[in-house]
Ligand binder design. Sequence first.
Ligand code: MG
Length: 385
Amino acid sequence: MKHLAILGSTGSIGQSTLSIVEQFPERYAVAALAAGHNIDETFKQAVRWRPKIVSLATEELAGELAARLKKAGVTGIEVVHGTEGTIACVMLPETDFVVSAIVGVSGLEATYQAILAGKPLGLANKECMVAAGEILTRAARERKVPILPIDSEHNAVHQCLRVGQHNEVKYIWLTASGGPFRQTPIEKFESITPEQALKHPTWVMGRRITIDSASMLNKGLEVIEACRLFDVTAKQVRVTVHPQSTVHSLVEYVDGSILAQISVTDMRLPILYALAYPERPASNLTFDLATLSHLEFEQPDLERFPCLRLAYEAAEKGGAHCIALNAADEVAVAAFLDHRTSFMGIPRTIEKVLAATPEAHPATIAEVLAADQEARERARTLLVN
Ligand code: MG
């Protein structure tokens, strides 16, 4: 029986993780839940799953949740808050597996603490790997702590890598759906609206990641994530546009063999894989091969999607540039959703921020968070239309 701490329990990954726990009660139990501001959902989850500890973003929210639980006659749940609260969920002695699915760098400290404590990690938070991947993966290797990627592409790569040796890998191929503007003429890119960009063809996701998919910045973050997780260079990570989103990613070996992972487009499968690794429990997440009539793979167009080019540049430099890429994008995407910059203002802002970022390799999580703040301020100053 694995006892989970789910960081980001009310988000889509958190909820999918809970549905896996529901399906496999003989394998998984909930030890701790960490959420942000969604107190109603957190209350429901606490009542349903009876964890030992629950964390919310602020002291006020934690106080309100504690009062609601008391009123409902639910006892024995400790309610905590903030970064310390999230860390307490990880450090709980009962917790023996951590699902890290808090969006943004706010889950970074707790993710790092999980590794230091030797607790295996299912990682759905790509910003952590982008901003602090060098630190996290070094600590994990030293302590032999498995980091199981939940991001569908990296999960696919992890599966494909199990059949070969590290030095036999030629390329990691990350598939990209191409987003809603795959076939949009380049001259229309300047006038793309937030409403158009929020329509995503395959996956239903949060707002920032949906915009990041439309700009392909998301794929760029995944390139960096792949470099860190699998210890390969940026040149070894390639992106292929695969509109069907059926092949979740591929690994090309030096002998010419290419292995692909195919499955339903359902996040519960990578979550189950991460939770159960190295086992493969039987599930009902089957894929009907007969529905596969054709698969397309195209080269990504870096002219229409400059965010991808910028991500490769950041991946080569590492450290502060990867932090700046992520931070500048978050600031620029918020501005875009707010109609304060254009769709192409996102890459233009990122490019300016990257150019203004001195090369540096933060060595601690505190330094990463400081560099992240610095990059956000820089992005707010340099924001262009
Ligand atoms: Mg992905």
